[in-house]
Design a protein around this ligand. Structure first.
Ligand SMILES: Cc1ncc(COP(=O)(O)O)c(C=O)c1O
Length: 373
């Protein structure tokens, strides 16, 4: 049996005709930039995120970059974030000229540990950027409390967590802005790159809208130095086809996660911890296991897809050496990087596939226990 980490062809087979028709509609209209599909998707994403406004973006990365630039964050400023994230979170902060300031993670959820944030606040701090990793939101109440005490913006990197909730509130709706990615592997994935910023702040919405189009207002009169952060209407058309399925797909991921949770119960496999205040969309199902790297090799041999998100925390990346962090600065992030492993959780997995994944992992664990590995 073969079980990939993700099977986009299986999903595409269920919506192929609708996607082709929607893409064809854009092509026939020759509305190749902006237009009704982008506007409709923005309206719908704002609605499902319980936000008033949404601004399309060319990627999740550009959603974050536009948010930072529209908040006038740049040289001399500091942004507090987690070292255990995808590069884009930190890369965008750095590209504005601001300084990324890391605090360690909560080892159970892998999200930023709010207890460590306040001590990292300085006179230069402008914003906090929590990342809702693997589909689960960060502990937002204490983060918002600190932000309000020090008058800081909160940029939710919700790239992996569209529609997930914290105390019943949607990802992206609690902070100053929320940023989504439509990278194809996300729960709501495009047929290429795409992203979106959501906010309830009208002034910021206007600024985000101007900034995504080179900061011009009116045309050819540039009030700001913006960029080309525009969402492609072909992506918007495909995403509009997929959007009505999003809840079912996330529900299927939750069912798969519950299946694994039960099968790994009472074994040494550490299953994901979900904060009782949160509903996860399980963009990833991440376990911790002993001898992780040997397990990766074993799974590969057995045709099971898996991935390490993320093998090197951001404070130890070569490009961030200028920040002068060192090994040992964020022990929980460093430990997680050595132990985590994402296994297949995509909606179209069959019970047979899940059983094969579970049996393979447990047979590896058994072999470890009897010192065969
Ligand atoms: C946490 C996080 N932030 C930002 C991004 C960037 O999104 P994109 O790949 O759409 O640019 C991603 C996705 O890859 C992500 O997982």
């Amino acid at each position: 049996m073969k079980v990939p980490l993700l099977d986009l062809k299986a999903q595409y087979a269920t919506i192929k005709n609708d996607v082709l028709a929607a893409v064809s509609e854009v092509l026939e209209s020759q509305q190749c930039i902006g237009g009704p599909k982008v506007a409709e998707l923005e309206k719908n994403i704002a609605a499902i995120s319980d936000c008033k406004y949404a601004v399309g973006a060319s990627s999740g990365t550009d959603a974050i970059l536009n948010s930072l630039m529209s908040l006038d964050i740049g040289h001399g400023d500091e942004v507090i974030t987690t070292p255990f994230t995808f590069f884009a979170t930190v890369g965008c902060i750095s590209r504005t000229g601001a300084k990324p300031v890391f605090v360690d993670i909560d080892p159970k959820t892998y999200n930023i540990n709010p207890d460590l944030i306040e001590q990292a606040v300085t006179e230069k701090t402008k914003a906090i950027m929590p990342v809702h990793l693997f589909g689960q939101m960060a502990d937002m109440d204490p983060i918002m409390e600190i932000a309000s005490k020090y008058n800081l913006a909160v940029i939710e990197d919700a790239a992996q967590s569209i529609t997930s909730t914290y105390k019943g509130r949607k990802a992206g709706s609690i902070g100053t802005v929320g940023c989504f990615s439509f990278f194809p592997s996300k729960n709501l994935g495009g047929i290429g790159d795409g992203g979106m910023v959501v906010t309830n702040d009208e002034k910021l919405y206007n600024r985000l809208t101007i900034m995504r189009n080179h900061g011009q207002e009116p045309k050819y009169y540039h009030r700001y130095v913006g960029g080309n952060f525009r969402l492609d209407p072909i992506q918007a058309a495909a995403l509009l086809v997929k959007l009505p399925h999003l809840d079912d797909w996330s529900q299927a991921r939750r069912r798969n996660a519950a299946y694994y949770d039960e099968k790994f119960n009472d074994t040494v496999v550490e299953t994901p911890y979900i904060n009782p205040d949160c509903v996860s969309i399980y963009n990833q199902y991440v376990i911790r296991v002993p001898k992780r790297d040997q397990l990766v090799a074993y799974l590969k041999e057995k045709n099971i897809g898996c991935e390490i998100y993320y093998p090197r925390p951001m404070h130890l990346q070569e490009c961030f050496r200028y920040l002068n962090y060192k090994q040992g600065d964020f022990p929980e992030a460093e430990k997680a990087a050595k132990e985590v492993l994402a296994i297949p959780v995509y909606p179209e997995l069959t019970d047979e596939m899940k059983d094969y994944v579970v049996e393979t992992i447990l047979s590896f664990i058994g072999a470890v226990a009897t010192l065969k590995i």
